[in-house]
Design a protein. Sequence first.
Length: 382
Amino acid sequence: MSGSDNNGADQGASSSLAQGIEQLTNLDDLRQRIDAIDGQLLSLISARARCAQQVAAVKLSEDPNAVFYRPEREAQVLRRIMELNPGPLPDEQMAHLFREFMSACLALERPIKVAYLGPEGTFTQQAALKHFGNFADAQPLPSIDDVFREVEAGAASYGVVPVENSTEGVVNHTLDSFINSNIKICGEVVLRIHHNLMVGENTRRDKISRIYSHPQSLAQCRQWLDARYPHAERVAVSSNAEAARMVKGEWHSAAIAGDMAALHYGLTIIDEKIEDRPDNSTRFLMIASSDVPPSGNDKTSLVVSMRNQPGALHDLVRPLHEHSVDMTRVETRPSRSGIWNYVFFIDIKGHRAEPNIAAALKEMAECAAELKVLGSYPVGVL
């Protein structure tokens, strides 16, 4: 069974694995019990992997171009794992473990190629691995446009791009890319963003005169920098990972980036979690060339252009209210087609296949100059 075709956790098996642990008090006996459980886990994981191989064989016998990764099925499995989790591991940790099991099993069927906004060490790479697992073939690309093009051309099955930050707002380049593309949104990840100040081996803390980072990261750490390094030059670069790469061999310079960048470029973190807001997070979108069926807990994203007339926005959202559709987000961007015309990016709860949403979208399209559904996709689980 793969990450997209499996029956989740077996409660009977988990109870048999744990049976008798409560009665053991001797350390050697507990270690022997852990060894026995590890052996059982190994057998079960191997059985799961063999089932994934069988799934691949059946799919290919029915369709040589079969799709192996199914976002809606994966979301259903992870939700079920969290519902069945007996503890003591928290639900999210348990789901992360199963995420990696599914990623490994899916790689046996057919490895997923995922393009993401690079270079290596970016938060976008971290989001890609969080969503697809460490067994996906993740490839860094230099720009958001390149990620869209790679997916459109079929060179990558999926792409990962940032879309909004809780502190600094939307990533306009990503929104603009959807307007001129037929790419669909197939998933989302919300990542808690922790920024760290890091240096190479040539720099001491008291000698820092220049700090590199992405413009949004510099903005997210503005107060902290004002208080501790008010005289250091702040240099905006294309990504946090690029900032880390640049300071590796420089003197008297530091970078603001995440843990992954420090590890990848061999830097030392001298201050952790320096973001001004502790709840700082970024939402990333998974993009693909095809639509996703309903998962049971979905979100739909739209882009709508309106005619320049009084009451346009009211007319646009009225069908949502009339059909009891919950709008969770709206962003406005100037339209490139005319002065003082605008396009609206809208998120609503539910899948476009649901009758009330389908009816609302039909009425919205009648009063809009253009309406485009960017995708219906599972609400992020992890």
